[in-house]
Design a protein around this ligand. Structure first.
Ligand SMILES: [Zn+2]
Length: 400
Protein backbone atom coordinates (compact mmCIF):
# COMPACT_ATOMS: atom_id res chain seq x y z
CA UNK A 1 0.00 0.00 0.00
CA UNK A 2 1.47 3.37 -0.93
CA UNK A 3 1.53 6.32 1.43
CA UNK A 4 -1.43 8.04 -0.18
CA UNK A 5 -3.79 5.09 0.09
CA UNK A 6 -2.68 4.59 3.70
CA UNK A 7 -3.64 8.19 4.42
CA UNK A 8 -6.94 7.77 2.64
CA UNK A 9 -7.65 4.67 4.68
CA UNK A 10 -6.90 6.57 7.89
CA UNK A 11 -9.22 9.41 6.87
CA UNK A 12 -12.00 6.99 5.96
CA UNK A 13 -11.62 5.29 9.35
CA UNK A 14 -11.84 8.67 11.06
CA UNK A 15 -14.97 9.65 9.14
CA UNK A 16 -16.63 6.34 9.94
CA UNK A 17 -15.72 6.74 13.60
CA UNK A 18 -17.20 10.26 13.51
CA UNK A 19 -20.42 9.02 11.89
CA UNK A 20 -21.01 6.64 14.75
CA UNK A 21 -21.53 9.80 16.82
CA UNK A 22 -22.59 9.06 20.35
CA UNK A 23 -22.65 5.31 19.91
CA UNK A 24 -19.53 4.41 21.79
CA UNK A 25 -16.31 5.11 19.93
CA UNK A 26 -13.56 3.21 21.72
CA UNK A 27 -11.87 6.42 22.88
CA UNK A 28 -14.81 7.25 25.14
CA UNK A 29 -14.45 4.12 27.21
CA UNK A 30 -12.97 4.52 30.68
CA UNK A 31 -9.19 4.37 30.90
CA UNK A 32 -8.10 0.89 29.94
CA UNK A 33 -11.74 -0.17 29.72
CA UNK A 34 -11.38 -1.62 33.19
CA UNK A 35 -14.13 -1.35 35.75
CA UNK A 36 -12.86 -1.53 39.33
CA UNK A 37 -14.17 -4.14 41.76
CA UNK A 38 -15.23 -1.49 44.29
CA UNK A 39 -16.75 1.98 44.24
CA UNK A 40 -16.63 4.92 46.63
CA UNK A 41 -19.64 6.80 47.93
CA UNK A 42 -20.01 9.81 50.21
CA UNK A 43 -22.35 8.45 52.87
CA UNK A 44 -24.04 11.00 55.13
CA UNK A 45 -23.61 9.06 58.38
CA UNK A 46 -24.66 11.77 60.84
CA UNK A 47 -25.78 15.39 60.77
CA UNK A 48 -23.14 17.56 59.14
CA UNK A 49 -20.80 14.71 58.19
CA UNK A 50 -20.12 12.49 55.18
CA UNK A 51 -17.86 9.43 55.36
CA UNK A 52 -16.26 8.13 52.18
CA UNK A 53 -17.15 4.42 52.10
CA UNK A 54 -16.06 1.71 49.74
CA UNK A 55 -18.44 -1.01 48.50
CA UNK A 56 -18.17 -3.79 45.93
CA UNK A 57 -19.74 -2.97 42.57
CA UNK A 58 -22.60 -5.50 42.40
CA UNK A 59 -23.49 -7.78 39.49
CA UNK A 60 -25.80 -5.93 37.11
CA UNK A 61 -29.29 -7.18 36.36
CA UNK A 62 -30.43 -7.38 32.72
CA UNK A 63 -32.16 -3.97 32.96
CA UNK A 64 -29.49 -2.20 35.01
CA UNK A 65 -26.83 0.31 33.99
CA UNK A 66 -23.52 1.06 35.67
CA UNK A 67 -22.52 4.72 35.39
CA UNK A 68 -19.10 6.16 36.16
CA UNK A 69 -19.93 9.47 37.85
CA UNK A 70 -18.28 12.59 36.37
CA UNK A 71 -19.95 15.25 38.48
CA UNK A 72 -22.95 16.26 40.56
CA UNK A 73 -24.32 19.60 41.68
CA UNK A 74 -25.00 20.34 45.34
CA UNK A 75 -28.68 21.21 45.76
CA UNK A 76 -30.47 23.12 48.52
CA UNK A 77 -32.11 19.79 49.37
CA UNK A 78 -28.68 18.23 49.98
CA UNK A 79 -27.81 21.13 52.27
CA UNK A 80 -31.05 20.66 54.24
CA UNK A 81 -30.34 16.94 54.61
CA UNK A 82 -26.73 17.62 55.66
CA UNK A 83 -27.82 20.09 58.31
CA UNK A 84 -31.09 18.68 59.63
CA UNK A 85 -32.04 15.40 57.87
CA UNK A 86 -35.68 16.57 57.47
CA UNK A 87 -36.52 13.45 55.41
CA UNK A 88 -35.00 11.08 58.02
CA UNK A 89 -32.75 9.43 55.41
CA UNK A 90 -29.47 9.03 57.33
CA UNK A 91 -27.47 6.92 56.44
CA UNK A 92 -27.84 8.05 52.82
CA UNK A 93 -25.79 8.67 49.69
CA UNK A 94 -27.00 12.08 48.50
CA UNK A 95 -26.54 13.82 45.14
CA UNK A 96 -29.37 13.95 42.55
CA UNK A 97 -27.98 16.55 40.11
CA UNK A 98 -25.42 14.13 38.73
CA UNK A 99 -24.15 12.96 35.40
CA UNK A 100 -21.69 10.41 34.12
CA UNK A 101 -20.73 7.87 31.54
CA UNK A 102 -22.23 4.43 30.94
CA UNK A 103 -19.54 1.81 31.51
CA UNK A 104 -21.70 -1.31 31.59
CA UNK A 105 -25.28 -2.25 30.70
CA UNK A 106 -27.60 -5.20 31.20
CA UNK A 107 -28.56 -7.01 28.00
CA UNK A 108 -32.11 -5.58 27.90
CA UNK A 109 -30.98 -1.95 27.91
CA UNK A 110 -31.26 -0.46 24.44
CA UNK A 111 -32.81 3.01 24.66
CA UNK A 112 -33.16 5.95 27.03
CA UNK A 113 -36.51 7.23 28.34
CA UNK A 114 -36.97 9.47 25.29
CA UNK A 115 -36.26 6.63 22.84
CA UNK A 116 -32.65 7.59 22.04
CA UNK A 117 -30.24 4.64 21.71
CA UNK A 118 -27.92 3.97 24.66
CA UNK A 119 -24.40 2.56 24.42
CA UNK A 120 -21.27 2.19 26.50
CA UNK A 121 -19.53 5.58 26.61
CA UNK A 122 -22.73 7.62 26.42
CA UNK A 123 -23.14 10.49 28.89
CA UNK A 124 -26.35 10.28 30.86
CA UNK A 125 -28.48 11.86 33.57
CA UNK A 126 -31.21 10.20 35.59
CA UNK A 127 -34.54 11.67 36.55
CA UNK A 128 -37.25 10.00 38.61
CA UNK A 129 -37.64 6.33 39.35
CA UNK A 130 -41.02 5.05 38.23
CA UNK A 131 -43.29 3.71 40.85
CA UNK A 132 -46.61 1.99 40.27
CA UNK A 133 -48.25 5.22 39.21
CA UNK A 134 -50.13 4.95 35.92
CA UNK A 135 -50.41 8.75 35.72
CA UNK A 136 -46.68 9.05 35.26
CA UNK A 137 -45.52 7.98 31.85
CA UNK A 138 -42.85 9.62 29.77
CA UNK A 139 -44.70 12.10 27.56
CA UNK A 140 -47.98 12.30 29.39
CA UNK A 141 -46.52 14.27 32.18
CA UNK A 142 -47.44 17.89 31.98
CA UNK A 143 -50.38 17.13 34.19
CA UNK A 144 -48.20 16.00 37.04
CA UNK A 145 -44.80 17.02 38.30
CA UNK A 146 -42.34 14.53 39.70
CA UNK A 147 -42.40 15.87 43.26
CA UNK A 148 -42.67 13.03 45.73
CA UNK A 149 -41.25 10.45 43.30
CA UNK A 150 -38.06 8.58 44.08
CA UNK A 151 -34.79 9.89 42.69
CA UNK A 152 -31.22 8.67 42.97
CA UNK A 153 -29.58 10.69 45.71
CA UNK A 154 -32.60 10.64 48.01
CA UNK A 155 -33.00 6.87 48.38
CA UNK A 156 -32.57 5.07 51.67
CA UNK A 157 -29.40 3.01 51.91
CA UNK A 158 -29.76 -0.66 50.92
CA UNK A 159 -27.42 -3.55 50.05
CA UNK A 160 -26.56 -2.02 46.63
CA UNK A 161 -25.31 1.18 48.37
CA UNK A 162 -24.50 2.86 45.03
CA UNK A 163 -27.73 4.89 45.23
CA UNK A 164 -26.66 8.52 44.85
CA UNK A 165 -24.50 10.67 42.59
CA UNK A 166 -22.07 11.76 45.35
CA UNK A 167 -19.98 8.72 44.46
CA UNK A 168 -17.68 7.45 41.74
CA UNK A 169 -20.16 4.86 40.45
CA UNK A 170 -23.97 4.64 40.41
CA UNK A 171 -26.15 1.62 39.68
CA UNK A 172 -29.19 2.73 37.66
CA UNK A 173 -31.83 0.07 38.12
CA UNK A 174 -34.44 -0.96 35.56
CA UNK A 175 -37.58 1.17 35.70
CA UNK A 176 -35.64 4.39 36.23
CA UNK A 177 -35.77 7.28 33.81
CA UNK A 178 -32.44 7.97 32.15
CA UNK A 179 -31.51 10.31 29.31
CA UNK A 180 -28.67 10.23 26.80
CA UNK A 181 -27.16 13.73 26.95
CA UNK A 182 -23.86 12.99 25.19
CA UNK A 183 -24.26 16.21 23.19
CA UNK A 184 -23.96 18.42 26.31
CA UNK A 185 -20.70 19.30 28.06
CA UNK A 186 -20.12 18.38 31.71
CA UNK A 187 -21.02 21.79 33.18
CA UNK A 188 -24.28 21.90 31.22
CA UNK A 189 -25.12 18.37 32.34
CA UNK A 190 -24.55 19.32 35.99
CA UNK A 191 -27.00 22.22 35.54
CA UNK A 192 -29.82 20.18 33.98
CA UNK A 193 -31.75 19.53 37.18
CA UNK A 194 -31.91 23.12 38.47
CA UNK A 195 -32.63 24.35 34.93
CA UNK A 196 -35.58 21.94 34.65
CA UNK A 197 -37.13 23.66 37.68
CA UNK A 198 -37.18 26.92 35.69
CA UNK A 199 -38.35 25.35 32.43
CA UNK A 200 -41.30 24.07 34.45
CA UNK A 201 -41.90 27.45 36.13
CA UNK A 202 -41.98 29.25 32.79
CA UNK A 203 -44.34 26.59 31.38
CA UNK A 204 -46.58 27.21 34.40
CA UNK A 205 -46.34 30.98 33.82
CA UNK A 206 -47.37 30.51 30.17
CA UNK A 207 -50.64 28.89 31.29
CA UNK A 208 -51.77 32.35 32.50
CA UNK A 209 -51.67 33.61 28.91
CA UNK A 210 -50.07 36.82 30.17
CA UNK A 211 -46.43 36.18 29.32
CA UNK A 212 -45.55 37.60 25.87
CA UNK A 213 -42.36 38.32 23.92
CA UNK A 214 -42.73 42.02 24.78
CA UNK A 215 -43.78 41.52 28.41
CA UNK A 216 -42.16 43.48 31.19
CA UNK A 217 -41.00 40.79 33.57
CA UNK A 218 -39.61 41.23 37.08
CA UNK A 219 -37.54 38.42 38.60
CA UNK A 220 -37.16 38.77 42.36
CA UNK A 221 -34.22 36.91 43.91
CA UNK A 222 -30.94 36.29 42.10
CA UNK A 223 -29.74 33.04 43.61
CA UNK A 224 -29.19 30.19 41.13
CA UNK A 225 -32.96 29.79 40.64
CA UNK A 226 -33.63 33.47 39.84
CA UNK A 227 -30.56 33.68 37.61
CA UNK A 228 -31.56 30.61 35.62
CA UNK A 229 -35.10 32.03 35.42
CA UNK A 230 -33.68 35.11 33.71
CA UNK A 231 -31.68 32.92 31.31
CA UNK A 232 -34.76 30.86 30.39
CA UNK A 233 -36.85 34.01 29.77
CA UNK A 234 -34.09 35.54 27.69
CA UNK A 235 -33.64 32.35 25.68
CA UNK A 236 -37.39 32.39 24.99
CA UNK A 237 -37.02 35.84 23.47
CA UNK A 238 -38.20 38.00 26.36
CA UNK A 239 -35.93 41.04 26.67
CA UNK A 240 -37.57 43.42 29.12
CA UNK A 241 -36.40 41.79 32.34
CA UNK A 242 -35.74 43.59 35.63
CA UNK A 243 -33.88 41.66 38.35
CA UNK A 244 -34.36 42.50 42.04
CA UNK A 245 -31.92 41.39 44.76
CA UNK A 246 -29.99 42.79 47.72
CA UNK A 247 -26.50 41.90 46.51
CA UNK A 248 -24.65 43.91 43.89
CA UNK A 249 -22.59 40.88 42.79
CA UNK A 250 -25.67 38.78 42.09
CA UNK A 251 -27.27 41.66 40.20
CA UNK A 252 -24.18 41.91 37.99
CA UNK A 253 -24.60 38.21 37.31
CA UNK A 254 -28.27 38.79 36.48
CA UNK A 255 -27.15 41.07 33.65
CA UNK A 256 -24.86 38.33 32.31
CA UNK A 257 -27.87 35.99 32.30
CA UNK A 258 -29.90 38.48 30.26
CA UNK A 259 -31.53 40.95 32.66
CA UNK A 260 -32.00 44.35 31.06
CA UNK A 261 -32.02 46.36 34.32
CA UNK A 262 -31.42 45.61 37.98
CA UNK A 263 -32.75 47.03 41.26
CA UNK A 264 -30.92 46.59 44.57
CA UNK A 265 -33.61 46.60 47.26
CA UNK A 266 -31.06 47.77 49.82
CA UNK A 267 -30.90 51.11 47.97
CA UNK A 268 -34.60 51.75 48.57
CA UNK A 269 -36.26 52.16 51.95
CA UNK A 270 -39.76 50.74 52.15
CA UNK A 271 -42.01 49.00 49.65
CA UNK A 272 -43.27 52.25 48.06
CA UNK A 273 -39.76 53.38 47.20
CA UNK A 274 -38.83 49.91 45.96
CA UNK A 275 -41.95 49.75 43.78
CA UNK A 276 -41.05 53.14 42.29
CA UNK A 277 -37.54 51.86 41.54
CA UNK A 278 -38.93 48.79 39.75
CA UNK A 279 -41.33 51.02 37.78
CA UNK A 280 -38.48 53.36 36.86
CA UNK A 281 -36.49 50.39 35.57
CA UNK A 282 -39.42 49.61 33.22
CA UNK A 283 -39.55 53.22 32.03
CA UNK A 284 -42.45 54.17 34.32
CA UNK A 285 -44.55 50.98 34.03
CA UNK A 286 -45.49 48.18 36.37
CA UNK A 287 -44.49 44.63 35.46
CA UNK A 288 -46.80 42.51 33.34
CA UNK A 289 -45.48 39.40 34.99
CA UNK A 290 -43.39 38.55 38.05
CA UNK A 291 -41.36 35.53 39.13
CA UNK A 292 -40.84 35.23 42.89
CA UNK A 293 -37.59 33.29 43.37
CA UNK A 294 -36.76 33.84 47.03
CA UNK A 295 -37.86 31.88 50.10
CA UNK A 296 -38.62 35.09 52.00
CA UNK A 297 -42.21 35.77 53.19
CA UNK A 298 -41.56 39.54 52.99
CA UNK A 299 -40.43 39.15 49.37
CA UNK A 300 -43.60 37.22 48.57
CA UNK A 301 -45.76 39.95 50.14
CA UNK A 302 -43.87 42.71 48.31
CA UNK A 303 -43.97 41.31 44.81
CA UNK A 304 -47.68 42.01 44.20
CA UNK A 305 -46.93 45.73 44.37
CA UNK A 306 -44.70 45.50 41.26
CA UNK A 307 -47.42 43.95 39.07
CA UNK A 308 -49.89 45.88 36.90
CA UNK A 309 -53.66 45.37 36.95
CA UNK A 310 -54.42 42.15 35.12
CA UNK A 311 -50.83 40.96 35.42
CA UNK A 312 -49.48 37.58 36.49
CA UNK A 313 -47.30 36.04 39.15
CA UNK A 314 -45.42 32.76 39.39
CA UNK A 315 -44.37 31.82 42.92
CA UNK A 316 -41.55 29.29 42.95
CA UNK A 317 -39.26 30.54 45.70
CA UNK A 318 -40.93 28.56 48.47
CA UNK A 319 -39.41 25.26 47.41
CA UNK A 320 -39.56 24.26 51.06
CA UNK A 321 -41.88 25.64 53.72
CA UNK A 322 -40.55 29.13 54.45
CA UNK A 323 -43.46 30.15 56.68
CA UNK A 324 -46.58 32.24 56.12
CA UNK A 325 -46.63 35.48 54.15
CA UNK A 326 -49.06 38.31 54.80
CA UNK A 327 -50.83 39.84 51.84
CA UNK A 328 -53.98 41.88 51.47
CA UNK A 329 -56.27 39.87 49.19
CA UNK A 330 -58.32 42.95 48.27
CA UNK A 331 -55.47 45.18 47.14
CA UNK A 332 -52.98 42.52 46.06
CA UNK A 333 -55.08 40.01 44.13
CA UNK A 334 -58.76 40.89 43.85
CA UNK A 335 -58.84 44.58 42.88
CA UNK A 336 -55.86 44.13 40.53
CA UNK A 337 -57.17 40.85 39.07
CA UNK A 338 -53.80 39.19 39.29
CA UNK A 339 -53.46 35.64 37.98
CA UNK A 340 -51.11 33.59 40.13
CA UNK A 341 -49.57 30.18 39.56
CA UNK A 342 -47.39 28.10 41.81
CA UNK A 343 -44.56 25.98 40.48
CA UNK A 344 -42.70 23.10 42.07
CA UNK A 345 -40.15 20.65 40.68
CA UNK A 346 -40.77 19.66 37.00
CA UNK A 347 -42.31 17.07 34.76
CA UNK A 348 -40.31 14.53 32.77
CA UNK A 349 -41.18 16.41 29.62
CA UNK A 350 -39.67 19.58 31.12
CA UNK A 351 -36.52 17.56 31.73
CA UNK A 352 -36.20 16.72 28.04
CA UNK A 353 -37.01 20.34 27.10
CA UNK A 354 -34.15 21.47 29.33
CA UNK A 355 -31.55 19.75 27.15
CA UNK A 356 -32.60 21.95 24.21
CA UNK A 357 -32.77 25.04 26.41
CA UNK A 358 -29.13 24.54 27.44
CA UNK A 359 -28.03 24.36 23.80
CA UNK A 360 -30.04 27.45 22.84
CA UNK A 361 -28.78 29.45 25.83
CA UNK A 362 -25.23 28.66 24.77
CA UNK A 363 -26.01 29.59 21.18
CA UNK A 364 -27.13 33.10 22.21
CA UNK A 365 -24.04 33.49 24.39
CA UNK A 366 -25.44 33.17 27.92
CA UNK A 367 -22.54 31.90 30.08
CA UNK A 368 -24.57 29.48 32.19
CA UNK A 369 -21.45 27.51 33.13
CA UNK A 370 -20.37 30.51 35.23
CA UNK A 371 -23.15 29.60 37.66
CA UNK A 372 -20.87 26.80 38.86
CA UNK A 373 -18.64 28.88 41.11
CA UNK A 374 -17.03 26.09 43.16
CA UNK A 375 -15.85 22.57 42.27
CA UNK A 376 -14.77 20.04 44.88
CA UNK A 377 -13.42 16.50 44.72
CA UNK A 378 -15.60 13.79 46.26
CA UNK A 379 -13.23 13.39 49.23
CA UNK A 380 -13.75 17.08 50.08
CA UNK A 381 -17.54 16.86 50.09
CA UNK A 382 -17.87 18.01 53.72
CA UNK A 383 -16.14 21.25 52.76
CA UNK A 384 -18.40 21.59 49.71
CA UNK A 385 -21.52 21.39 51.87
CA UNK A 386 -20.06 23.84 54.42
CA UNK A 387 -19.44 26.29 51.57
CA UNK A 388 -23.01 25.83 50.40
CA UNK A 389 -24.38 26.47 53.89
CA UNK A 390 -22.29 29.64 54.16
CA UNK A 391 -24.17 30.82 51.04
CA UNK A 392 -20.86 31.46 49.31
CA UNK A 393 -20.88 31.37 45.54
CA UNK A 394 -23.79 30.15 43.43
CA UNK A 395 -23.77 26.54 42.29
CA UNK A 396 -21.35 24.20 44.01
CA UNK A 397 -20.43 20.96 42.29
CA UNK A 398 -18.60 17.76 43.13
CA UNK A 399 -16.45 16.81 40.15
CA UNK A 400 -14.58 13.51 40.01
ZN1 LIG B 1 -31.99 19.66 43.25
Amino acid sequence: MDLQSQQIEAIVKQVIAGMKGTSAPAAKKPAGGAIPKTAHVAMLTKLGHFDIKEYPIPELGDDDILVRVEGCGVCGTDAHEFKRDPFGLIPVVLGHEGTGEIVKMGKNVKKDSAGKPLAIGDKVVTCMIFKDNPDITMFDLNKQNVGGADVYGLLPDDDVHLNGWFADYLVVRGGSTIFNVSDLDLDSRILIEPCAVLIHAVERAKTTNILRFNSRVVVQGCGPIGLICIAVLRTLGIQNIVAVDGEAKRLEFAKLMGADKTVNFKDHKGIEALTEAVKDAFGGYYADFAFQCTGSPVAHANIYKFIRNGGGLCELGFFINGGDATINPHFDICAKEITTVGSWVYTLRDYATTFDFLKRAKAIGLPLEKLITHKYKLENINEALETNLKMEGLKIAIVN
